[in-house]
Design a protein around this ligand. Structure first.
Ligand code: SF4
Ligand code: SF4
Length: 185
């Protein structure tokens, strides 16, 4: 059985009522993840996206989570405080039925990484730049069974699978061979 470990769980609580649709969170996230860092910003590359419908006063920030390989069959609707949302509005996945949470050039899925950096940020960038305080950062300690190394390996596998789907196994292997040869040389 896996050993229990203490882990800091990072959470961003979203207060939808406070969101004014300014999209500063998208700009900050895309700039932080640009290469080189802060060299550009493009909300299409952001790992938080704003679902917005100003005529209905709908502003819903959503964080990118795990990729979904296939689109789901259901299309439920929610009515909250008199505002109507589709089931997809709350979905955190890059999926075949829509463009959000996909790297625009490569089509690779995007996932929120809580702005992991070295040295660590005090708060994720989207939280820092949400002046309306609609995004609230929280940390809590939890006991987990899964070793962190296993989680990291699974994340690498998900990324590799997406690249293989997009470019084909041979192309990915050729690229790795070329990269490893240049690192050795
Ligand atoms: S920065 Fe805050 S207020 Fe602006 S769109 Fe994002 S969540 Fe909403
Ligand atoms: S926590 Fe960081 S990576 Fe996640 S959406 Fe916010 S700015 Fe982007």
């Amino acid at each position: 059985m896996a050993e229990k470990k203490k882990k800091i769980v990072k959470t961003i609580k979203i207060d939808v009522d406070k969101c004014n649709g300014c999209r500063a969170c998208e700009v900050a996230c895309s700039a932080f993840h640009a290469a080189p860092k802060y060299s550009s910003n493009n909300p299409a590359r952001s790992r938080i996206r704003l679902i917005r419908d100003p005529l209905s006063d709908v502003y819903l920030p959503v964080y990118a989570g795990e990729e979904a390989k296939a689109e789901c069959m259901g299309r439920g609707k929610y009515v909250i405080d008199g505002k109507e949302y589709s089931e997809c509005d709350f979905c955190r996945s890059a999926c075949p039925s829509r463009d959000i949470f996909k790297e625009p050039d490569s089509g690779l899925p995007l996932k929120c990484d809580m702005c992991e950096d070295n040295p660590p940020n005090e708060k994720p960038l989207c939280v820092q730049w949400c002046l309306a305080e609609a995004l609230i950062y929280e940390e809590r300690e939890e006991e987990v069974e899964e070793p962190e190394e296993q989680v990291k390996a699974e994340e690498v596998e998900i990324g590799l699978e997406a690249m293989i789907d997009k470019f084909g196994l041979q192309k990915v292997m050729d690229t790795f061979s070329r990269m490893s040869a240049s690192k050795k040389g």
